[in-house]
Design a protein around this ligand. Structure first.
Ligand SMILES: [Zn+2]
Length: 198
């Protein structure tokens, strides 16, 4: 048997002597008091969105502070809000992150934010598919869910994404799901959809 440890294995929780998965999960649940996840666009113009959402929700700590142990290692954070930054803030790209957040920390609220003048409103779904065929010889027509590729109507895109989250088995049924519109220029958030959990 090869007893040489894998590179970087000292940084792998499950590779440590005495590792016990349930104990580790319990410890993780106390390391960060996470209770919400915000999904928003990676557009650099809207980096303020998580802070604006924290203010909007009113009961969040964001960005919070890193918690150190006695030897100076980073072992947690005081934040209550996790962030997922993806093109156009579409929920399809964030589903797995919501599931991991629920598993490790427990999630009460998932917030989807779409913003004004988003790049995803500058093209059509067919336009992107056609361009990739010409420019890369690649067929995207069945690679991505068509409803998540572009935005033509913000109420429709927020409805689509909050419905997608609600229907996912990886999103807890008790979680409240919000769909918010963010004005890129004024920073104003408008609630469009509130889907209460069970
Ligand atoms: Zn955008």
């Amino acid at each position: 048997m090869n007893t040489v440890p894998a590179r970087f294995s000292e940084f792998v929780f499950s590779a440590q002597p005495g590792f016990d998965e349930p104990t580790m999960r319990e410890a993780f649940s106390h390391a960060v008091p996470l209770k919400s996840i915000v999904i928003y666009c990676y557009d650099p113009r809207v980096r303020e969105i998580p802070g604006a959402v924290a203010q909007f929700l009113g009961d969040q700590v964001y960005p919070g502070e890193v918690v150190f142990n006695e030897t100076g290692n980073r072992v947690g954070s005081t934040t209550t809000m996790g962030t997922v930054s993806v093109a156009a803030g579409r929920a399809v790209d964030a589903l797995r992150s919501v599931t991991v957040g629920e598993f490790l920390f427990g999630i009460e609220t998932v917030v989807v934010v779409h913003h004004s003048n988003c790049g995803a409103t500058s093209y059509s779904t067919d336009g992107m598919i056609t361009a990739f065929r010409h420019e890369h010889g690649a067929d995207l027509s069945r690679v991505y869910d068509r409803g998540s590729i572009s935005i033509t109507d913000y109420e429709a895109s927020l409805k689509y994404d909050t419905d997608l989250l609600r229907a996912s088995p990886g999103v807890p049924r008790h979680a409240e799901i919000l769909g918010l519109f963010y004005n890129t220029d004024t920073g104003e958030l408008t609630e469009v959809i509130r889907n209460k959990g069970e």
